[in-house]
Design a protein around this ligand. Sequence first.
Ligand code: ZN
Ligand code: ZN
Ligand code: FE
Length: 746
Amino acid sequence: MKKHIKIYLTGAVQGVGFRPFVYNLAKRLNLKGYVINDTYGVIIEIEGNEENINKFLISLQTEKPPLAHIFSQEIEELPLVGFKDFEIRKSEEKGKKEVFILPDISTCEECLKELNDFKNRRYRYPFINCTNCGPRFSIIEKLPYDRQNTTMKKFKMCSECKKEYNDPTDRRFHAQPNACPICGPYISLYTSNKKFVSEKEQALKDTVNLLKQGKILAVKGIGGFHLVCDATNDKAIKNLRERKRRGEKPFAVMFKDIEQIKEYTDISSFEEAIILSPEKPIVVVKSKERTDLSKEIAPYLDRIGVFLPYSPLHNLLLNDFGKPLVMTSANLSDEPIVKDNEEAFEKLSIFTDYILTHNRDIKNRVDDSVVRIIDKKISFIRRSRGYAPLPIKLPFNLNKKALAVGGHQKNTIAIGFDDKAFLSQHIGDLETVDACRNFEEVIYSFFKLYDFEPEVVITDLHPRYYSTQWAKDFSLEKNIPLIQIQHHYAHALSLMAENQIKDEPIFAVCWDGTGYGEDGNLWGGEFLITDYKGYKRVCHFDYFKLIGGEKAVKEPRRVALSMLYEVFGENLPDVPTIKAFREKEIKLLYKTWKKGLNSPLSSSVGRLFDAVSSILDIKQILSYEGQSGMIMENFYSWNIKDFYSFEITETVNWKPTFQEILEDKSDLSVKVSKFINTLAHIVIETYKLYGKGLKLGLSGGVFQNKPLTEKIIRLAEEEGIKVLTHNKVPANDGGLSLGQLVYSNI
Ligand code: ZN
Ligand code: ZN
Ligand code: FE
């Protein structure tokens, strides 16, 4: 029996070798017809023997190229037309743009083989790629994804590249960034004050020598520049910290291969799988104690962020250099990662000795993604390169085309239509003019890429967030409605959306550093019952005063002092917190505290971590946000099951816990473990009081703490409680835009 069917596929099916795959499959099964890219995805018409058509449909799913993600498939049966052959038809540009833009994907095995094969014409060529790998999102200007719409348009393919590009059986068929040493981009090395040093192969040799001398280089990568230096050279790293004014914030380290990572760290097989995945994120793993890796990389921490080379240039550099390299985003603090050559000379000359750049422009800046494994699942700290801008599937359709602008820290934005949310790459803290400009740029680039015009804009409740102000102006300018949503409620909704929760309410524990509350206080230790229509704040941590407001966020000693005043009044016990101040300050701050001058009220569990780290003398002044909790993780021991007292009514009273920690004479590890266990028990007990029968959700930056989250999950398992965690978007404010987006249906 002969049949003719038309197949509509949507998903990430362009620029991944999908059409040649279909072509070869159809040829193999002797089917006639065509395949064409359209703005929805791919359309295929095939005619032939029914049995072969069925085989075709199965192979479409089981043999598809590794990077293709099919989101939906529709099949329509049509009358026979008598196709003569099977062909790949040229796409026309029309209709609405719904095709997915692929993230940048690390160099594939086959390209790596060619890169290291001295007989290959792309031997040691730093821009080798194919239909299965290479840059995508970072070079695209608009859809459809064709070379003319990427930053590769300025390079005219040589005859050999052209041949590959036009041959459906070649593994570079329609690989848009296809290039070779004859016709493609190349690297050049400059001094930081823009004096040309060398180019191509010589530039690589010189770069490796400079790294060996302990120099700091800026190296242009896929989504921006990195600052790079020898990861075993204390002096170089100290130097980098000073120049970058980076304090104690850990640096990521790139290793030449997985074996080398294993020499330096203890990784589980699941961590290994994520490190090796085509997305090549930075994975935070346990470092081994005695290695030649500089202790300056991650001060106070027993973990480091590791990753593998993801571009051909990284592969060449790491292999030639041999040792691990520090690779950190090249930016001034709180500014976006530098992506353009001119910008690099302008802004990076103060950090670097040399700049290794190239002439393929970066259109969209994308930072490296950072993940860690919590409860044997992937947990995003930053969802960016390799993942963005692939959509997150929503549990329902959005009524309107919506734009969500995220929060203030770790900002991401999202646009949504139908049942899809497109979260942007990491934008960062909106603290500087450049960061705010980048925020706007990303929004407009998403509009352009997806031919998108929002019908509603959603933002945080905080009146002073830049994102809120921008959203207000935007809604006025475009005359579209503005919706504001409470910060922790948005955290909960993002958790519900990514977990495909539809109609049922959940019991959401939302703990973070800070978020603006409905009462004007700084929330952050919240227990909410939420659904998509609204929320009820059923319980929260008792408020305490943050002496000095913003200052208290950076100084755990101020939070601890405030809590000590709360418990003991002026007769303070002898604790390390006191010694962290001068006597005069203590008196002065008491007055400030008592009068409540510039001392906003907060219920933040993030701040509670800070306070405990101060009374235990772990950290009195933070170098970066979340540092106290991160250091405390070092001391956690699963052997300790004990916990401190607490009291739950309409609020959680932290005073008994605080007092018992002060009285506890055990060693630090015991105290830290008991404190973390206490928080876990508070979650379970509060759930029993207020959330019985519901699913228990964990959202907010505090749940990036691995022992805390895993402890809660274990306790919940014992009680038969179903726990929801974040595995698709960050638990921190990087996930807020998703929660905001799904609130647009209100
Ligand atoms: Zn490849
Ligand atoms: Zn070429
Ligand atoms: Fe938050």
